[in-house]
Design a protein around this ligand. Sequence first.
Ligand SMILES: [Zn+2]
Length: 315
Amino acid sequence: MPVRGVLVRLTDAWQDILARRAGNTQTGAYPTPVRQLLGEMAAASVLMQANIKFNGALILQISGDGPFKLGVVEVQPDLSLRATASLVAEVPEDARLSDMLNQHGQGRCAITLDPKDRLPGQQPYQGVVPLSDAQGQPLAQLSDILERYMLQSEQLDTVLVLAADDQVAAGLLIQRLPVQGQANLAGQASAGEVVDHDEDFRRIGLLAHSLKREELLGLDAATVLHRLFWEEPLARFEPLQGDQGPRFACRCNRERVSNMLRGLGQDEAEAILAEQGQIEIGCDFCGAQYRFDAVDAAGLFKPVAPNAGEPGARH
Ligand SMILES: [Zn+2]
């Protein structure tokens, strides 16, 4: 059957992301509804990256017009990931997705594919969908939003089931694969028989949708697959775990932060130094703090002597 699935269970990686936020004295831990949504975003991003096997970063962003301003998850081709959310007001314990992000219909979900070997001037590919349906009604679940995105941008029927709590962020993706030409279909059927792949996908999608939140969070992959698909011919691949699997990793470093400061400009940097004595920049993803005193800052804006050995030194 031209149906493919991916199942993900983030444990250590997800707990690491939550612990870093909880350890940030300026922000404190995420409120419960934010933890759930960001966890679902993390699971969905890993599913999508694993599904398309894109040679570059997949970045899922949700921006809103409520207390949840921006959520970002970035997954690299090796499945290392990082995630963060910025909040601008209190999030009530019982807040729904639309309360947090889509109070006035301005919420957006963007998926960016940023190729690793991007040429100068080449833009990353980005698709954007609203957090409401075609009639303008707010969508209740992240899975609804992403299913719509998949259908619009990839023209692929997709079923997504997502769930997250404090320990686990998990998800199941089921996708109908494109079938090339009728000859292919006929070749799989015995004489006179018509294979209805729509029916196969519908049945497997319905089975996937029957998966309960507690099952997805609490059961291991083998048990989930057996419960849902024990009557289906199932070809399982080796799970990607440990160094091969999803894990937390931040890509921030002092050089990137220095480049950001250079982008800000010398005047701005000196204004911050005059006011605060030093420039302090924290990474939202991992919590690392980068400090620049007056001497460091002066070094940032020194003209660089041309060096033939360095890439980019020719211009
Ligand atoms: Zn970082």
